[in-house]
Design a protein around this ligand. Structure first.
Ligand SMILES: [Zn+2]
Length: 378
C-alpha cells in the first residue's frame, strides 16, 4: 500500500474533525444542494464522505455589509444550515457535544456543528450569546477581521487594547455555557487577555504559524507555547495567504489590483449574492496563475513547526473550506487524506495522526463541556 491508501484507511478509523468551514452562506445565498457533488466550492456530503471527515464545524459569519442587522443575518444563516443538515438525516446530523460526534461516527453519519465567526453577531448581548448556545453554537470566534465593541482584531490598529470589561464577561459566559473560545482573528493582546481569564482551554480554530508566514492572522511561537501550556489547540488553516511567505510576498505587488477587482465584483452584484459568489470564484484562477501556490506540503510544514514547539497534543485541522483559497492537493474535503499521506511520509505515527486529525479537538471539547456551570454564578 502507498501512503495515500494507508491514509484513507486511517481516516476510516480516525474521528477526523475540521474546525472551520464557511458553507452556511452558500446554503443561504446560493441555495446549494450538498447531497450531490458540487462543481465548485470545497465541501458537500459526497466530498466529506470521500475524505473520511467525521465532523465539521460550520461558521455563521456575518459580513460587514449586514451591519445593523448582524443578529438577523446570523439567525438566517443558522436556519439555512439547520435546513441543510436536517434534509439528509441518514448521512449527517447536528452534534452538540464530543460524545455526539463519537456516537454519530459509530453510526456512520457525519457530525455537523455550529459556530459563530465574529462576536459582532451577538450584538453586545449575553442573552443572545446564551440563545445561540441553545441553538447549538459550540464555539465563537471573538472577532472577525475588524474590531467589535468589546474586542480587538489582529488586522486593525488597536482600539480597546484587547478585551473590554464586557469582552471579559463574554468570555466568562462562554466558559459557563460550555462554549469554546476561539482566538483566531483576534489581536495578540486580546489573545493574552482571554488566556488570563478563561477557566477552560481555548483554541485557534483556523490559524497558522508566524514563524513560517509572517502575517498578523497567524500566531507567534510564544503565543503557541502559551496556548499549549493552558491545554489549547491550534488548528492549522489551509488558506494560501497564511501558509506561505513566498505566496504572500509574490502577491504583494498585485494586492491592490486583485483586492480591487474582488471588491468591484462584490459591489456590482451586491443585490445578487449567488452571482457575486460565482463571479468571485471565476476571478480566483486568473489571480492564482500569477502566484507561486502553496501545496499540501506547506500545511504539513506548519504542523511540523507546532509539533517541534509544543508536541502533537496541541495540533488540529481548521481548513477554512468555502471561505479561503485552498492550496494544491487540498482543494476540497475529499482531498484531506493527502495531508495525512504527507505526514506519514514525514514519519508521523498513527497514534499521532489520530490526535491531530480529531482527538485533540475532542479532548478540548470535553474539557470545555466539563467546565460549564449554571449561568449567573461567578
Ligand atoms: Zn476566518
Amino acid at each position: 500500500m502507498n501512503e495515500l491508501q494507508v491514509a484513507r484507511e486511517i481516516h476510516r478509523r480516525a474521528i477526523v474533525v475540521d474546525l472551520h468551514a464557511d458553507t452556511p452562506q452558500r446554503f443561504l445565498d446560493e441555495h446549494i444542494d450538498w447531497s450531490t457533488r458540487l462543481p465548485d466550492g470545497h465541501l458537500d456530503i459526497p466530498r466529506m464522505k470521500a475524505g473520511g471527515l467525521a465532523a465539521e464545524f460550520f461558521a455563521l459569519w456575518v459580513q460587514p455589509k449586514f451591519k445593523g442587522h448582524d443578529l438577523a443575518r446570523a439567525l438566517t444563516l443558522a436556519d439555512a444550515l439547520h435546513t441543510a443538515i436536517t434534509a439528509h438525516p441518514e448521512e449527517i446530523a447536528l452534534a452538540r457535544t464530543a460524545a455526539d460526534i463519537r456516537r454519530l461516527h459509530k453510526e456512520g453519519r457525519i457530525a455537523a456543528l455550529v459556530a459563530i465567526e465574529g462576536g459582532h453577531a451577538i450584538e453586545d448581548d449575553l442573552g443572545v450569546l446564551t440563545a445561540f448556545y441553545n441553538l447549538g453554537v459550540r464555539y465563537m470566534t471573538l472577532t472577525w477581521a475588524f474590531h467589535n465593541n468589546w474586542a480587538d482584531a489582529s488586522t486593525e490598529p488597536p482600539r480597546h487594547n484587547g478585551l473590554t470589561d464586557f469582552g471579559r464577561s463574554v468570555v466568562r459566559r462562554m466558559n459557563d455555557l460550555g462554549m469554546i473560545v476561539d482566538i483566531s482573528h483576534v489581536s495578540d493582546k486580546t489573545f493574552y487577555d482571554v488566556l488570563e481569564i478563561s477557566r477552560a482551554p481555548i483554541v485557534a480554530t483556523h490559524s497558522c504559524c508566524r514563524a513560517l508566514c509572517d502575517v498578523p492572522r497567524n500566531m507567534s511561537d510564544q503565543m503557541i507555547r502559551d496556548l499549549a501550556s493552558r491545554g489549547g489547540v491550534i488548528h492549522i488553516n489551509f488558506h494560501e495567504g497564511f501558509l506561505s511567505q513566498k505566496y504572500v510576498d509574490a502577491r504583494r505587488p498585485f494586492k491592490e489590483e486583485m483586492d480591487g477587482e474582488e471588491h468591484a465584483m462584490e459591489e456590482r452584484y451586491k443585490d445578487d449574492p449567488a452571482t457575486a459568489a460565482k463571479e468571485l470564484r471565476k476571478l480566483l484562477p486568473k489571480h492564482e496563475a500569477r502566484l507561486p501556490r502553496p501545496t499540501v506540503a506547506d500545511v504539513a510544514d506548519h504542523i511540523d513547526h507546532v509539533k517541534k514547539l509544543v508536541g502533537v497534543s496541541h495540533i488540529g485541522i481548521g481548513s477554512d473550506f468555502d471561505g479561503a483559497f485552498m492550496p494544491v492537493g487540498l482543494e476540497g474535503a475529499d482531498e484531506l487524506p493527502n495531508l495525512t499521506a504527507e505526514l506519514l511520509r514525514r514519519g508521523y505515527a498513527e497514534a499521532e495522526l489520530l490526535q491531530i486529525l480529531g482527538e485533540n479537538t475532542l479532548r478540548v471539547m470535553q474539557q470545555v463541556e466539563n467546565a460549564a456551570r449554571p449561568i449567573g454564578r461567578q
